[in-house]
Write a protein that binds this ligand. Structure first.
Ligand code: NAP
Length: 267
């Protein structure tokens, strides 16, 4: 397999660290640079925790990085605002983005799809790279055909910036393809504390739990007369996302289209 030259944005982050390890330990991956708003001009091996990763320059300015370093793929694991800028800039430089950063708006996704079409370049955005989470979403979509009443509870660590999670939104979107828009609960229900019923997505509810100690978890609860069905997925560490990142990096090199969701590239 041809070697894929990779730049990782957000290397000191919890996901970024795992991605650096993945890129360094995968035979046909070559980590050629990282983008970090700190440590500009240093080598990654001089940054604490990365002593064993040689010959990788650190850039704070993505444009400078893309002008000086030849790369195939940008893996972005940062924050929504920065991630959107990185993704657009990578496409402008004909570098294919694989984005794990969550919190992109619908307009952001539409804008990126448009750029990909114009440039005929591949781009993969996946709110969840864990294969088990993708199955949870697919199973939920299947169940929604038979159970129209559904509530999503997503649970994450308390440092997460966006709510609801990208996975919860994606799950709701997938369920919506099988379920008619319908307000759930009693027609006259009233919240005595604002937010008690969670976020409203086409009439179904999404609840976001944030607690230290958690990583990324979600349960989708379906109810109907006399029965309920719960579909649950748990990521216990961030290594759980890396097999999906690997597949996405390999696939984005073969595709010339915009893809939102890992389920669209798994066979
Ligand atoms: P994190 O630990 O906070 O890491 C984010 C990193 O981005 C930090 O190191 C931060 O640096 C860095 N950063 C901020 N601005 C930057 C910039 N301008 N240039 C370069 N780096 C910058 O968060 P995380 O848990 O790794 O998550 C990262 C993203 O992935 C989040 O959006 C999260 O929701 C998402 N996520 C996705 C999946 C998936 O499967 N798709 C799974 C888990 C998480 P500082 O620390 O110095 O601010």
């Amino acid at each position: 397999m041809k070697t894929i030259k990779i730049i990782i944005a957000g290397p000191r982050g919890r996901m970024g660290k795992e991605a650096v390890t993945l890129a360094a330990n995968t035979e046909h991956f070559d980590l050629v640079a990282v983008i970090d708003h700190k440590n500009d001009g240093m080598m990654l091996s001089d940054v604490e925790g990365f002593q064993s990763i040689p010959n990788v320059p650190v850039y704070s300015n993505i444009e400078k990085c893309l002008q000086e370093i030849k790369a195939d793929v940008l893996v972005d694991l940062t924050t929504p605002e920065v991630g959107m800028y990185h993704t657009k800039t990578a496409l402008n430089y004909n570098v294919r983005p694989v984005v794990g950063t969550t919190g992109f708006s619908k307009q952001d996704l539409e804008e990126l799809e448009q750029i990909c079409q114009e440039k005929e370049l591949g781009c993969i955005i996946a709110p969840n790279f864990a294969i088990g989470a993708v199955l949870m979403m697919k199973f939920s979509q299947m169940a929604a055909k038979y159970f129209a009443d559904v509530e999503i509870i997503e649970l994450h660590h308390d440092q997460k910036l966006d709510a609801p999670s990208g996975t919860a939104v994606k799950t709701a979107e997938m369920i919506s393809t099988a379920r008619e828009v319908r307000k759930q609960g009693h027609p006259n229900e009233k919240e005595t504390i604002t937010g008690a019923r969670g976020a409203d997505f086409d009439g179904m509810r999404i609840h976001s739990v944030r607690l230290p100690g958690l990583i990324a978890h979600q349960q989708v609860l379906f109810g109907s007369d006399g029965q309920s069905l719960t579909i649950r997925h748990d990521s216990y560490n961030r290594a759980s996302f890396m097999s999906g990142v690997k597949v996405a990096v390999e696939t984005v090199m073969k595709n010339n289209t915009f893809v939102y969701g890992l389920e669209n590239i798994l066979e």
